[in-house]
Design a protein around this ligand. Sequence first.
Ligand code: B1M
Length: 215
Amino acid sequence: PEAVDERLKERIVDGDRQGLEADLEEAMKDHPPLTIINEFLLGGMKVVGELFGAGKMQLPFVLQSAETMKAAVAYLEPFMEKVEGQEKGTIVLATVKGDVHDIGKNLVDIILTNNGYRVVNLGIKQPIANILAAAKEHKADAIGMSGLLVKSTVIMRENLEELKREGVDIPVLLGGAALTRKFVEEDCIVAYGGSRVAYARDAFDGLSLMDKVVG
Ligand code: B1M
């Protein structure tokens, strides 16, 4: 296609990294990096999810798309605006046990880091014991759990029960495509406690919740 936004979207769908940087450079002439990510690149990932869900795309190709997405985000990251100044607080961030999806979690990391938070990003498939240990070690102001599988939402609720058993009182942010606000506000709050668990729809929602919790 002629237009660079369509080209970038297609690159994600096709997992095509050949010439990706030139397209990103071109897009940056007219758009800030975050618009490129949220509108063009994530638009492509949405299509990938639909094709995969409909059985029209096989897993290895989904992986290629994910790798292309990651390469694009890594390229854009240095060009993003950063808030300078004092650190606002620390969050321990992880994708929960059994779940490998990390593109969303890593975007949350970038947005929080660029906005003055220290993010301890533990990576994927993290059991609650690791999350808890890191939260203690780093004296975290919040814990963030991400997960995209329906199974992961159950793990999140179990994790909250475990935190409660351990007497932990740190605010927890939950995010990921399989979660709903209703599940978080009904099931998860019961598991952990009213004001200390919140649902983040996207990375910016995560940021404003952090600002509320820590600020
Ligand atoms: Co998988 N996968 N996948 N996958 N994958 C989904 C999630 C799925 C919905 C696809 C589908 O069927 N349509 C489906 C889940 C179905 C379900 O549970 N009901 C699915 C499946 C089934 C699987 C496997 C089981 C497939 C298999 O092996 N047969 C397998 C799971 C392996 C495992 O985890 N154990 C699998 C594997 C993979 C890949 C490895 C190929 C790859 C991931 C690569 C990677 O992440 N490194 C992959 C991908 C890419 C997807 C889709 C297509 C795209 C996910 C993505 O990156 N989206 C996905 C389809 C979909 O989500 N609809 C799908 C972009 C990303 C920015 O969005 O992560 O939602 P998201 O993050 C958002 C918000 O949710 C929020 O902010 C972000 C930015 O706005 N957010 C937070 C997320 N975490 C947050 C935390 C916060 C705050 C906000 O605070 C703590």
